[in-house]
Write a protein that binds this ligand. Structure first.
Ligand code: DX5
Ligand code: ZN
Length: 218
């Protein structure tokens, strides 16, 4: 079995010290750095875009896992690739041409992901499985950190695991991941866990390392 990866979301970090926070959480044991991009249109919140990502890119060599909660996404894919994202994930709900978006991301030389909101059924993945490197399942409604985990998504993880078969596609969980909820989603087939508030709790490398270890243990 593949090892479970932890991808801390910098959404819950101290934005006034963003570069240091990225460095610290990388040293504390993060596998990937999860970047939550929000546009105030697809989701009811606004975060950051390519210039900020570019500014923190040289603070770590960890994988930059970029979660685009923007619509449309296609006009901005090249900018996020140029900024240094390694994985670019678009929402299935964000546009009518999912297949094209995924092809564009791969043509930019990046790994392509699809995210599904809690209410979106998994069958939207059926005809894009060969264009996919990652499925990002929302276990909260996207827009904010610190929300409660929606348990009905655990069954969806199981179904997607079956749909994927032996293709090399990561299943990533995002929202409300904590030592209490991590076990169930990993048992169902998830292999990457995003965690914001559960990682950036307390201050500094020791606290983050403890928080990451607690999720890994679960
Ligand atoms: C929500 C974001 C998540 C969020 C997770 O829209 O996509 O990545 O930051 O935060 P927690 O782990 O606090 O639920
Ligand atoms: Zn996210």
């Amino acid at each position: 079995a593949r090892p479970t990866l932890i991808a801390p979301s910098i959404l819950s970090s101290d934005f006034s010290r963003l570069g240091d926070e990225v460095e610290t959480v990388a040293r504390a044991g993060a596998d990937w750095i999860h970047l939550d991009v929000m546009d105030g249109h697809f989701v009811p919140n606004i975060t950051f875009g390519p210039p900020i990502i570019k500014a923190i890119r040289d603070r770590t060599d960890k994988v930059f896992d970029c979660h685009l909660m923007i619509a449309p996404a296609d006009p901005y894919l090249a900018a996020f690739a140029d900024a240094g994202c390694d994985i670019i994930t678009v929402h299935a709900e964000a546009g009518p041409h999912l297949h094209r978006s995924l092809q564009t991301i791969r043509n930019l030389g990046k790994k392509a992901g699809v995210s599904l909101n809690p209410s979106t059924p998994e069958n939207v993945l059926e005809y894009v499985l060969d264009e996919l490197d990652l499925v990002l399942l929302m276990t909260v409604n996207p827009g904010f950190g610190g929300q409660a985990f929606i348990p009905s998504v655990v069954e969806k993880v199981r179904r997607i695991k079956a749909l994927i078969g032996d293709r090399p596609i990561d299943i990533e969980i995002d929202g409300g991941v904590s030592p209490e909820t991590a076990g169930a989603v990993v048992a169902a087939g998830a292999n990457v866990l995003v965690a914001g508030s559960a990682v950036f709790k307390g201050d500094g490398e020791e606290a983050y390392a403890r928080n990451i270890a607690a999720i890994r243990q679960a």
